[in-house]
Design a protein around this ligand. Structure first.
Ligand code: PGA
Length: 249
């Protein structure tokens, strides 16, 4: 499977800053065709970046959506609006689950909306440090998958990102062994629900990924790429992460 590297900029970069970043990565990344690269900027930068990616191998994603298509939902953005601007959407990031109280039910509705619109959802799952210490990590992950994907018949486009909460933004990534072990558990859960489709689902690792540790992760059999937060904000660091990911090809 072609490695997939997704930049999650979170609430960082103005439109001008986004364009300046893009101008710095375009040449180096245009030479790397063996990795799929996706940038998820804030909503405000999507329109301008969408013009800039024309003719390049870089794809765009959004960091969130609302599940209704349109109507009186002040401040929200729907999948039909995003469809003109990007092809991926992050759903259920742990920051949204915890800071904005997003439930598995809401995440399930968002996934349905994204899939119905023909966009590719990146479903984020991951356990807290307490769940890991108590030995409940597998159960937490299993429930996030089952509830998140409830009554979703087709997962052709699905991407899953395993992001243990204790590794996000902490500078302490999971070991590549733990990430591989959890990816196997995730893939077997998907197999239980969808059969052989599980072989085609990219499973990414996320949580303090940087240019030094990326190779460890992508060289594991069941890890197909990474969701990168802070290390994706600096053009040089991001270029080197994408470049180091060519290992699997
Ligand atoms: P981080 O964030 O790389 O800064 O740990 C990852 C994420 O939240 O997706």
């Amino acid at each position: 499977m072609k490695p997939l590297i997704i930049a999650n900029w979170k609430m960082n970069k103005s439109v001008n800053e986004s364009l300046s970043f893009f101008n710095q990565i375009i040449d180096p990344l245009s030479k790397i065709n063996s990795v799929t690269t996706v940038i998820c900027p804030p909503f405000t930068s999507l329109s301008e970046l969408n013009k800039s990616i024309a003719g390049t191998n870089i794809k765009l994603g959004a960091q969130n959506i609302y599940f209704e298509n349109n109507g009186a939902y002040t401040g929200e953005i729907s999948t039909s609006m995003l469809k003109e601007l990007c092809s991926y959407v992050i759903v259920g990031h742990s920051e949204r689950r915890t800071l904005f109280n997003e439930s598995d039910l809401e995440i399930n509705m968002k996934l349905k909306a994204v899939i119905n619109e023909g966009l590719t959802p990146i479903l984020c799952i991951g356990e807290s440090i307490e769940s890991r210490t108590n030995g409940n990590a597998n159960q937490v992950i299993g429930e996030q998958i089952t509830k998140g994907l409830e009554k979703i018949a087709s997962i052709n486009n699905l991407v899953i990102a395993y992001e243990p909460i204790w590794a996000i933004g902490t500078g302490k990534s999971a070991s590549s062994e733990i990430a591989q072990e959890m990816s196997v558990i995730i893939r077997s859960k998907i197999h239980e629900l969808y059969g052989v489709m599980s072989e085609k689902i990219p499973i990414l690792y996320g949580g303090s990924v940087n240019s030094e540790n990326i190779k460890d992760f992508v060289s594991k059999d069941d890890i197909n790429g990474a969701l990168v937060g802070s290390a994706s904000l600096d053009p040089k660091s991001f270029i080197s992460i994408v470049s180091e990911s060519q290992i699997q090809t």
